[in-house]
Design a protein around this ligand. Structure first.
Ligand code: HEM
Length: 125
């Protein structure tokens, strides 16, 4: 009898105690989203590894890393040459250095010429 009367009070008190923590997670998540940097999401995950936003934080971290890799790689001709030669796995883009019934087989020299040609587009106004 005594326990059953105390129970709602204990539950309410626990909920009240949990509230500030909960809003802190939300505030920290909003701050991380506002900054939208790898460092911000890493900090967030370190402080709230089990929060409801952890999966979103992880996936944004992964996306930012991929964007960075892509930007770095895209600055080099080698990356373009390799992409055209080998294709992009998981997409409709086949490797043009591989023989195929639907396209001519390009040599490395052909591909390098194509990349040099494409590079000239950037120089035009
Ligand atoms: C002469 C050069 C190139 C040719 C002829 C070419 C051709 C193609 C073709 C036919 C597709 C398939 C499109 C479709 O699914 O309908 C494709 C997709 C794609 N290509 Fe290329 N490509 C070239 C250069 C490049 C380069 C330099 C990159 C990256 C550095 C690249 C990245 C991609 C990507 C990511 C896709 C997939 C797009 C998607 O599925 O949303 N391609 N390309």
């Amino acid at each position: 009898m005594r326990t059953s009367r105390l129970l709602p009070i204990i539950l309410a008190a626990t909920a009240l105690l949990a509230l500030p923590g909960c809003s802190r997670v939300k505030d920290d998540w909003k701050a991380a989203q506002g900054a939208d940097t790898s460092e911000a999401y890493q900090d967030f995950l370190q402080q709230h590894p089990d929060s409801e936003f952890a999966v979103q934080a992880q996936s944004r971290l992964k996306q930012l890393a991929e964007d960075r890799d892509w930007q770095q790689a895209a600055a080099t001709d080698t990356f373009f040459v390799e992409t055209i030669a080998r294709g992009r796995r998981g997409t409709g883009m086949v490797g043009f250095a591989e023989s195929s019934p639907i396209h001519p087989t390009l040599t490395r020299a052909d591909i390098e010429s194509i990349v040099s040609f494409i590079r000239t587009w950037g120089a035009q106004p």
